[in-house]
Design a protein around this ligand. Structure first.
Ligand code: PGA
Length: 274
């Protein structure tokens, strides 16, 4: 267990505090992807603290910089309410896996969350439902809170396969996961055609898929457990459409890419999520 994390961020404080259907604590996550070198990352983290400080208790805000920025950014964040996440991890604790990084390593850098199965990793780096499931098991084992990404391609949507594809990904990721391990989880629905394109899904379309996922989770676990999992929307979320998404019953926050690497836009989106 990471000492910084244990002292500064008791994880239980950041779980959804209420389990009623509309009472989940909003979660806004910035996925910085492969942007920002350590100095720039520290500057952006400082700017975010001044822009969204004072929102403690209203929502959870998490930023996920590149691996090399985790430690310096954590030094900036440790006295703030903003939490740190990583964009990926390996499922093994250690080993001969050149270029990979373990959950223990990112935990030691001060991370509370880890993004798993982002579509860019599935598309460019051979991530599969099976590897997402192994990574999820490793994250749970070590005490990292997972943000599992799912979403359909444009072709799959046009072929009417959204439900089959998305629920298939959710089911595969959660294979062998017990209800007791679920509090703290987040699932991000990110239609691939909306990521980085400037064409977001409509809030109605997203809510429809979120409600399918919530129903699936009810059947897979139980109503109480399903009501605890935060479902995020991701894909071209901007300050001018964020509030519309976050107002929907089953949309509990967002996974933000492009708009998260500028303090003003990410702060505006985070403020919309409360
Ligand atoms: P975007 O990315 O906000 O730039 O569309 C979202 C994501 O990839 O998580």
């Amino acid at each position: 267990m990471n000492v910084w994390q244990a002292e500064s961020f008791p994880v239980s404080l950041h779980f959804p505090r209420k389990v009623g259907e509309s009472m989940r604590r909003p979660l806004i996550v910035g996925n910085w992807k492969m942007y920002k070198e350590p100095d720039e990352a520290v500057g952006l983290a400082r700017a975010l603290i001044s822009a969204i400080g004072g929102m403690e208790g209203e929502r959870d805000v998490v930023i996920c910089p590149p691996f090399v920025c985790l430690q310096p950014v954590f030094q900036v964040l440790r006295d703030s309410s903003i939490l740190l996440g990583a964009q990926n991890m390996h499922w093994e604790a250690e080993g001969a896996y050149t270029g990979e990084i373990s959950g223990a390593m990112i935990l030691t850098c001060g991370c509370t969350y880890v993004i798993l199965g982002h579509s860019e990793r599935r598309q460019h780096f051979g991530e599969t439902d099976a590897t997402v499931n192994r990574k999820l098991a490793a994250a749970l084992e070590i005490g990292l809170l997972p943000i599992i990404c799912v979403g359909e391609s444009l072709e799959q949507r046009r072929a009417g396969r959204v439900e089959e594809v998305v629920l298939g990904q959710v089911e595969a990721a959660l294979q062998s996961v017990a209800a007791k391990d679920v509090p703290g989880f987040a699932l991000a629905y990110e239609p691939i055609w909306a990521i980085g394109t400037g064409t977001a899904s409509s809030a109605d379309q997203a809510e429809e898929v979120h409600s399918l996922i919530r129903n699936f989770l009810r059947q897979r676990f139980d109503s109480k457990t399903a009501a605890q999992i935060r479902l995020l929307y991701g894909g071209s979320v901007k300050p001018d459409n964020a509030a519309d998404f976050f107002a929907r019953t089953n949309i509990d926050g967002g996974l933000i890419g492009g708009a998260s690497i500028q303090a003003e836009t990410f702060a505006a989106i985070a403020k919309a999520g409360g």
